[in-house]
Each structure stands twice: as structure tokens, then as C-alpha cells.
Design a protein around this ligand. Structure first.
Ligand code: ACO
Length: 330
């Protein structure tokens, strides 16, 4: 019989060792610990040095998740790497597959910015639901420090680097209870890491663009308003699909962008602060890594227990946003 239920049986994370706190950042741009803490809740972030690759962080996080799930890497069918900052524009997932010894897995990168982990979870789950695959490794990893303008105090204070991973497995009992994912490109210009072509005439009359990427640009207030309005909507939709109510959620793990966003969303939904998981004070916004990083810490601290219902929700560039509700563990 084909099993098409989904369980999330392992998690793991990894962060680079370089630590930059708000006081250090105040020496670089005109800001203060007081401003950053009160506006965002962030007190420090981890940054990758030039020798640390995205793949290294992703592999370390994946190995922890694989160990917790107690599966053999050779049994993994699919690896999805959710990232906006791959080491290689052609994709880094296959290199990770090789390094993990996941010899039979097909592997690909997926980009949906800070919604990447939620979009990846939903994508991964479709392959299990259809009975095609049994064991899927999902990694969310980003090194946004490489693309931040370190002289722009409006953005450089927000981001940090890291990776998180989960293992999804086919199960008779379906623990993925509901989800909703959305995109709306109308506000695409509010948050970009865009290509900047430099015209090169390679032959008379034939000009192509060969350049690099601009640093991240963001309209912080627009993104803030968008998140506070749209995130509760998808959470309610995911709950509706699961036929559950908001008080039946044990934990809320939002994309760790800003403590004020976490508080405002929880307040709108009437979710008490003790159910809201937050570790952004230590890591800042780690983009696709932020949800699995927070999940992993809460599981390893013993906060999240098997059977607990967890609502996750990501939001960010695209614009993209989404929510998924699942029961933790086997
Ligand atoms: N230090 C000191 N002052 C600052 C700083 C800073 N680091 N940054 C901005 N300011 C100043 C501004 O210049 C402005 O001054 P002015 O009034 O004289 O012009 C004042 O502080 C207020 O600026 P705002 O932009 O209005 O500050 P706000 O309260 O909106 O906070 C923030 C800014 C933290 C960026 C907020 O808007 C936010 O968190 N937005 C959401 C960002 C986000 O969540 N992104 C997630 C997606 S990321 C992804 O997908 C990759």
C-alpha cells in the first residue's frame, strides 16, 4: 500500500561563528543598540566569513536533521534547497546531495525569499502525497550578508546568516494538517535583490548585459504593513483547511523578521505571547533559514514536543507569503 500521509521527523540547524552585536554595528553605521532593539527586537546576528559557503551551513543543518530522523542518507528520495543566495547560480542542491551521501536523491534549488521554507515544505509534501517519494530533506539556508549594503542602516541591521533543515517522511498518519501559499507581484519593487546589467558590446550591433547583483533594497514600512495584514489571512486559511481553530495551535513560528511583526500578528489572531516562538534577538532575519532555525532550537530545548501543533508562516520578497500547520514528530 502507498502511504501518503506526512510526518516531520527531524530538524537541524547551523549558524556561522562570527557574531556581530548592535554595539558593533553602531560603529559601522549611524544607529544604536536602543534603536535596533526597540524597532526590531534584534540584538545580534551571525555572519558568514568569506570561507564559509552556503553549502557548508546547509550540509551541517541537514546532517543534524538526518540524525534526528534516524534515516540513512542513501534512503533520501528528494532534496529541496530553499535559498536566495546559493553558492552557484546553477544551484547548490546537487553538491549538497553528493556531500551528504544521498546517492539516490534528486536535488534542486527553490527560491521564494523569506517564504522559501514554507513554500519548500508545501512542495516537498506534494511528492509524498502523490506517493512518489517517501523521504524528503528540505533545507532553508541563506547568506544575505553577502548582498546587504553595509552602509545602509535601514537594511543592514536586519539580516543574519544561517541554515535550518527538516526531514519529511511518508506516514500512515497525516500530520500536515493544512496550508496556504500566496504570491502577488504588484508590490515586487518593495523588496529586491536585483540583477544590475552592465552593457557589453560583444560584437558590433550585439550588446548583452554582464554585471552583478545590486545590494538588497527594501521599503521597510510597506513590507511591515503587508506582513501584518496578509500573514493572519493565510494562517486563518490554513486553519480552515485543517478544520481547526486558532486556540488549537500550540506554537506559532513566524518568519523571524521583526519582533513587532510577531507581536502584531499574534495579537490580531488572539494567540498568547507564550505560544509565540522567537529567536530573532540572537540571529536577526536569516531569510529562508529563520523558521527551521527557530523550530530546531525549540525542539532541542524540549519546548516543542511530539504531537504539538505548530503553525509556521513565512513572508517576504516577491511578494510571497504562506502558512502551514503540522503536528511535530512521528
Ligand atoms: N538606526 C537609526 N535610525 C534609523 C535606522 C537605524 N538602523 N533605520 C532607519 N532609521 C531612521 C529612519 O531614517 C527614519 O528617520 P526619519 O524619520 O528622520 O526619516 C526613522 O528611523 C524611522 O524609520 P522607519 O523606516 O519609519 O522605521 P520603522 O519603524 O518602519 O522600522 C524597519 C524600520 C525595522 C525596517 C521596519 O519597517 C521593518 O521591520 N519592516 C519589515 C522588514 C521585513 O520584515 N522584511 C522581511 C522580509 S525580508 C526578505 O524577504 C528577504
Amino acid at each position: 500500500m502507498i502511504t501518503t500521509g506526512i510526518s516531520i521527523t527531524g530538524c537541524g540547524s547551523a549558524t556561522p561563528s562570527v557574531l556581530l552585536d548592535n554595539h558593533g554595528l553602531s560603529e559601522r553605521v549611524e544607529t544604536s543598540d536602543e534603536w535596533i532593539t526597540s524597532r526590531t527586537g534584534i540584538t545580534q546576528r551571525r555572519l558568514a566569513d568569506p570561507d564559509t559557503s552556503l553549502s557548508q551551513l546547509a550540509i551541517a543543518a541537514a546532517q543534524n536533521a538526518i540524525a534526528m530522523a534516524a534515516i540513512d542518507p542513501a534512503d533520501i528520495d528528494l532534496i529541496i534547497l530553499a535559498t536566495s543566495t546559493a553558492d552557484d547560480l546553477f544551484g547548490s542542491a546537487s553538491f549538497i546531495q553528493y556531500q551528504l551521501g544521498a546517492t539516490k536523491a534528486v536535488a534542486f534549488d527553490m527560491t521564494a525569499a523569506c517564504s522559501g521554507f514554507v513554500f519548500g515544505l508545501v512542495t516537498a509534501s506534494q511528492f509524498i502525497r502523490t506517493g512518489v517519494y517517501q523521504n524528503v530533506l528540505l533545507i532553508g539556508a541563506d547568506i544575505l550578508s553577502r548582498w546587504v549594503d553595509w552602509s545602509d542602516r535601514r537594511t543592514c541591521i536586519l539580516f543574519g546568516d544561517g541554515a535550518g533543515a527538516v526531514v519529511l517522511q511518508a506516514d500512515e498518519h497525516d500530520r500536515l494538517l493544512g496550508f496556504e501559499i500566496r504570491s502577488d507581484g504588484r508590490q515586487n519593487q518593495s523588496l529586491n535583490l536585483s540583477y544590475r546589467p552592465e552593457p557589453q558590446e560583444i560584437l558590433t550591433g550585439i550588446t548583452i548585459g554582464q554585471g552583478t547583483y545590486n545590494p538588497i533594497t527594501m521599503n521597510g514600512q510597506e513590507i511591515y504593513k503587508f506582513a501584518v495584514k496578509k500573514v493572519p489571512e493565510v494562517i486563518e486559511k490554513a486553519l480552515f483547511r485543517a478544520n481547526l481553530t486558532v486556540d488549537q495551535i500550540d506554537w506559532l513560528i513566524l518568519h523571524q523578521a521583526n519582533q513587532r511583526i510577531l507581536n502584531a500578528v499574534a495579537e490580531r489572531l488572539n494567540i498568547p505571547p507564550k505560544k509565540v516562538i522567537s529567536n530573532l534577538a540572537k540571529y536577526g532575519n536569516t531569510s529562508a533559514a529563520s523558521i527551521p532555525l527557530a523550530l530546531d532550537e525549540a525542539v532541542r530545548e524540549g519546548k516543542i514536543k511530539p504531537g504539538d501543533r505548530i503553525m509556521i508562516s513565512g513572508f517576504g520578497a516577491g511578494l510571497t507569503w504562506g502558512a502551514a500547520l503540522f503536528e511535530w514528530g512521528r
